[in-house]
Design a protein around this ligand. Structure first.
Ligand SMILES: NC(=O)c1ccc[n+]([C@@H]2O[C@H](COP(=O)([O-])OP(=O)(O)OC[C@H]3O[C@@H](n4cnc5c(N)ncnc54)[C@H](O)[C@@H]3O)[C@@H](O)[C@H]2O)c1
Length: 259
């Protein structure tokens, strides 16, 4: 087993399930000292399981759609570990799948809140610590849905994440801070404990969601969804010193779909 993250303090957001949880499991096994963040209470269980296996992980619950939540998380992380080496911004995900003319103004705002603001806030909140320690690494989890169907507001949010990634990388390269993103394609995961959308799908909504799935598969050369490991590994590569000459890069992880 390699230990790419031995002694590194890593903040991983949205770590209670899905891609974020898998990133946490792999990072812990490689020596990371983890602060796992999620709005869902069962992020505590993820951290407890990792500690049971002898790894270092603590969990904190926060709403990262708010500045207060992001600021509190970074302050807690810094207080507990004395530094923050790596931030992985993973919170996000489309809530609705429908043609744009069916989105209400409230839904549009909620998509932007979910898939842009946690990354905006967390980057802003971590920078003072990374500047103080004269270095750091940020990996944002974007999406190839910047070119997709049935999720215009989500695509707009992730386009914002891409722009942020490049601009932050440019601005903070002189401070030894690298910023990259992965752009995942469709990813198979166990059923979500926290669904993106708790409402029941109407027949029409099922048809629209199916159109999203078909488009995702068709745009991938490999005509399939990826696995959690296939998403987590590229995120961890960008977070590691092996990517020391990479910054401002959006890496599509979607079987050939470039987004
Ligand atoms: N799964 C896919 O097919 C796919 C495809 C492309 C991109 N992505 C991106 O990958 C990332 C992870 O996707 P996933 O499918 O594993 O997500 P998911 O929905 O399974 O998990 C997201 C986690 O974020 C947490 N969360 C939601 N709102 C929060 C908030 N306000 N504050 C704190 N935590 C909050 C949830 O509780 C959940 O644990 C997302 O950014 C998503 O946009 C996923």
């Amino acid at each position: 087993m390699t230990a790419r993250f031995k002694g590194k303090v890593m903040v991983i957001t949205g770590a209670a399930q899905g891609i974020g949880k898998r990133v946490a499991e792999l990072a812990a096994a490689e020596g990371g000292r983890l602060l796992l963040v999620d709005i869902a209470e069962y992020v505590q269980g993820v951290a407890a399981e990792l500690r049971d296996q002898g790894f270092e992980a603590v969990a904190v619950q926060a709403d990262l759609e708010t500045w207060a939540g992001a600021e509190q998380v970074m302050a807690e992380g810094h207080q507990r570990f004395g530094r923050i080496d790596i931030l992985i911004n993973n919170v996000g995900g489309t809530i609705w799948a429908q043609p744009y003319d069916h989105y209400s103004p409230t839904q549009i705002e909620k998509e932007i809140q979910r898939s842009l603001f946690p990354t905006l806030w967390c980057c802003r909140a971590v920078l003072p610590y990374m500047l103080q320690q004269k270095g750091g690494v940020i990996v944002n989890v974007s999406s190839v849905a910047t070119r997709g169907l049935m999720r215009v507001p989500y695509g707009a949010a992730k386009g914002g994440v891409n722009a942020m990634t490049v601009n932050l990388a440019y601005e903070y390269a002189p401070h030894n801070i690298r910023v990259n993103a992965t752009a995942p394609g469709g990813t198979e995961a166990p059923p979500r404990l926290t669904p993106r959308n708790a409402g029941t799908q109407s027949e029409q909504e099922k048809v629209w969601y199916q159109a999203l799935i078909e488009q995702t598969k068709q745009n991938s050369f490999m005509s399939r969804y990826g696995t959690l490991d296939e998403q987590a590994e590229p995120i961890l590569f960008l977070a590691s010193d092996a990517a020391s000459f990479m910054t401002g890069t959006i890496v599509p992880v979607a079987g050939g779909d470039l987004g």
